[in-house]
Design a protein around this ligand. Structure first.
Ligand code: MG
Length: 240
């Protein structure tokens, strides 16, 4: 009997305690006076957002040096003759590129659907038809060429449109050309994270190891022509 009374009182005590309002401690605030984030229109899925610079909207490649060398067909551009380079220079940025490897499979390995996005003209995010196409892993689609294979192979079939969303932090050099801060890159391939804040080791080369060479805070972006008619559409960039 006495035990059940004790249990009952204990039960009541727990019920009363549980019914108390949440702790009455004061709310913590950082005290930092943040500026209000700018309102932008994100645009349709795939963008461009309202604060982006549109580099290619399907009509012409006038924002690129040698843009007239590539063919424009039905709202997309086809790589041809030479690489093309933005007239404007960019540093840290968010870059959206849509591309498609040729539907008709020709060549193999590095010879199949090869192109590339050269950030600052020096750091290549590889474009390659990596759908059932073997090559060295740090040279397949969405690799940082000869530095970092993608975390997964998220390549669609040849002929299908694919997206790259690239977040790039430009490197910093001192007056003597010494690297103060390396470049970093994050890449989503078809919405899948494939490079996660990778520290770029320097320029990407075919014939020698990566190496930094000093350059200005901003530099043009190039799209590679590697002999294959890779298609492009919907290219836009946001400066960070
Ligand atoms: Mg390439």
């Amino acid at each position: 009997m006495r035990q059940s009374v004790v249990l009952g009182i204990a039960f009541l005590f727990v019920m009363v305690w549980a019914a108390q309002p949440a702790a009455s401690a004061d709310e913590w605030k950082s005290g930092i006076i943040w500026p209000q984030p700018k309102v932008i229109d994100p645009g349709p899925v795939g963008g461009p957002p309202s604060d982006a610079i549109v580099l290619f909207d399907g009509k012409d490649l006038s924002k690129f040096v040698d843009g007239d060398k590539w063919k424009i067909v039905d709202g997309y551009a086809v790589a041809d003759k030479t690489g093309i380079t933005t007239k404007q220079s960019f540093g840290s940025c968010q870059l959206h590129v849509e591309w498609a490897a040729p539907e008709k499979i020709e060549g193999s390995g590095q010879g199949r659907g090869n192109s590339g996005v050269y950030l600052m003209g020096k750091y290549e995010v590889q474009i390659l038809d990596s759908y059932e196409n073997d090559t060295y892993y740090d040279g397949q689609a969405a690799s940082i060429y000869k530095q970092s294979p993608p975390l997964v192979n998220a390549c669609r079939k040849p002929g299908q449109w694919q997206t790259y969303d690239i977040i790039f932090t430009a490197p910093k050099f001192d007056d003597k050309g010494k690297v103060l801060k390396p470049a970093y890159v994050t890449v989503l391939h078809n919405g899948v994270l494939v490079q996660n804040h990778f520290e770029i080791k320097g320029g990407t080369f075919w014939h020698k190891p990566p190496e930094y060479e000093t350059h200005p805070d901003k530099a043009p972006i190039s799209l590679q022509f590697h002999g294959n008619p890779v298609r492009f559409r919907n290219i836009w960039i946001r400066e960070l």
